[in-house]
Design a protein around this ligand. Structure first.
Ligand code: HPA
Length: 267
């Protein structure tokens, strides 16, 4: 499937060779509006589908940012939309075929760590997969990666340090921590957030981990950045809504975009 999708895309992009891939989470999509040399709608790519989530578009956008050739996903496939876990990670396999070496994965997340404030940015140092599945289940494509890939350092310390330094140099108060992925689409209960904290998570969300596992398996460098959009359930007394998450992402948008652009420049 990734072969057919990649072949279709290659026909559209006239020899453009992206070296960096970016998955744009809630609120970050604007980066692909601002920088867009070539765009392809997901609905036209074999195996891809239109996004079903409000606030998420469905386009693959190719552009040169800070002097680097990048491919951006404006909108991702979430497991909670009912897509198979293989569909969720198909774009990552396609990016690998297009020659992407480094994948920057962004998302909106709930803060489990009580010291995090809404609109903070968190560099992901590690993850906990609580989705109850794994994107590598099934036949292994040995030409891309091994059957039992090592996950001891999905988010290389070198890149964690780089992102933190760039953020701090830009005057952004950077957080760092462990991201736990659950399936959603319901937000967590306070008891589940408590579990996440006890297990060592600093943030919870509904994405990123399948893509990160697949990218690491495929030998890519992985960088993860969360926008902490709200305090997770029970961390504060305020209830949660998708609108509030989108609003907080909107507030963080400018610094998030500045950070990502600067990271691209330094890669
Ligand atoms: N939980 C899970 N996913 C999220 C949250 C949350 O609190 N906020 C934004 N995405």
């Amino acid at each position: 499937m990734q072969q057919t999708a990649a072949e279709y895309i290659l026909q559209q992009i006239n020899g453009f060779k992206p070296e960096i891939g970016i998955i744009l989470g809630s609120g970050l999509g604007e980066l692909a509006d601002k920088y867009c040399d070539i765009q392809i709608d997901y609905k036209d790519i074999p195996g891809f589908e239109a996004s079903t989530v409000v606030g998420h578009k469905g386009k693959l956008v190719f552009a040169e940012i800070s002097g680097k050739k990048v491919v951006m996903m404006q909108g991702r496939f979430h497991f909670y939309e009912g897509h198979s876990i293989q569909k969720v990670v198909l774009p990552v396999k396609v990016m690998k075929k297009l020659g992407v070496k480094t994948l920057i994965i962004t998302n909106a997340a709930g803060g489990v760590n009580a010291s995090f404030k809404p609109s903070d940015l968190m560099v992901i140092t590690d993850h906990i997969n609580m989705m109850g599945t794994n994107p590598l289940i099934g036949a292994n494509d040995d030409s891309i990666g091994e059957r039992f890939p090592d996950m001891s350092e999905v988010y290389a310390q070198e890149y964690v340090d780089l992102v933190k330094k760039i953020g701090n140099d830009l005057g952004i108060d950077m957080q760092e921590g462990v991201y736990m992925a659950l399936t959603g689409p319901s937000y967590e209960t306070p008891a589940e957030v408590n579990m996440a904290r006890i297990l060592g998570a600093d943030a919870v969300g509904m994405s990123t981990v399948p893509e990160a596992i697949t990218a690491k398996w495929a030998g890519m460098n992985v960088i993860g950045i969360s926008c902490i959009c709200n305090s997770a359930a029970g961390v504060s007394t305020v209830g949660l809504s998708h609108e509030d998450v989108i609003r907080a992402a909107g507030i963080a948008k400018d610094k998030f975009m500045t950070l990502v652009k600067e990271v691209i420049k330094k890669l």
